[in-house]
Design a protein around this ligand. Structure first.
Ligand code: IPE
Ligand code: MG
Length: 215
């Protein structure tokens, strides 16, 4: 969900206002996903590297998260959204961890899964998974990742003009289709979403096989 800061700067607003607009964009994109029949949406909300930002921004983001969790519970349950967090949750405050756990429990029956990556880094996730891994191959390893039980992403969208993966879903994105757009996350609207889906639908996904030769 990149570009919140630049969105705010363009409007001469504090960065946190950009993050608030980013949270609104997330609500909208969830609706687009559900209308399009997408069952899993994973968003990169806070990376292991984002702790290096100013105390003001980090605490603002944590407060925003906490109020998002608090304010959205009813709406998520009513809309059948299952909330799940990936990342190093022990980095988060005890209070936030408890709020996350409670929301995960309250929304467990949902049929659309919203995965929020918090204090998340792909390399960090892989190291933690390796410590739990007892052998058995890729499928078994995947069960040791934070994303256990969640299918690999088909489409990975990066907003705001950066052409990097930035430590997001390193293992899981092995065969994902990438879509890059200059649009800043808070401006990501239905038109942009449709553009991304239509680009995806034109891709030929071979997963390493040759066309027509799948075994
Ligand atoms: C992404 O927006 C949101 C978070 C990392 C929390 P940025 O804060 O990275 O926005 P830019 O890149 O400064 O525009
Ligand atoms: Mg950024």
């Amino acid at each position: 969900m990149d570009g919140n800061g630049r969105w705010a700067k363009k409007r001469l607003l504090p960065r946190l206002a950009g993050h608030r607009a980013g949270a609104d964009a997330l609500d909208r994109v969830m609706h687009y996903c559900r209308d399009a029949g997408v069952e899993y949406l994973t968003v990169y909300a806070f990376s292991t590297e984002n702790w290096k930002r100013s105390t003001e921004e980090v605490s603002g983001l944590m407060r925003l998260l906490s109020s998002y969790i608090h304010d959205k519970e009813k709406e998520l349950v009513a809309n059948g959204v299952r909330f799940r967090v990936i990342g190093r949750r022990s980095d988060l405050s005890g209070k936030l961890q408890a709020e996350i756990h409670a929301l995960e429990e309250a929304t467990a029956a949902g049929t659309f899964t919203l995965v929020v990556a918090l204090s998340y880094g792909g390399r960090d996730e892989i190291i933690r998974a390796a410590a739990r891994y007892k052998g058995g191959g890729e499928e078994e390893f995947a069960k040791c990742l934070d994303t256990a039980g969640i299918p690999d992403p088909d489409l990975l969208i990066r907003t705001s003009g950066e052409l990097r993966i930035s430590n997001f879903l390193l293992w899981q994105a092995a065969y994902a289709e990438f879509y890059f757009t200059d649009v800043l996350w808070p401006d990501f609207d239905r038109e942009e979403f449709d553009k991304a889906l239509s680009a995806y639908s034109k891709r030929e996904r071979r997963m390493g096989a040759r066309p027509g030769e799948g075994k």
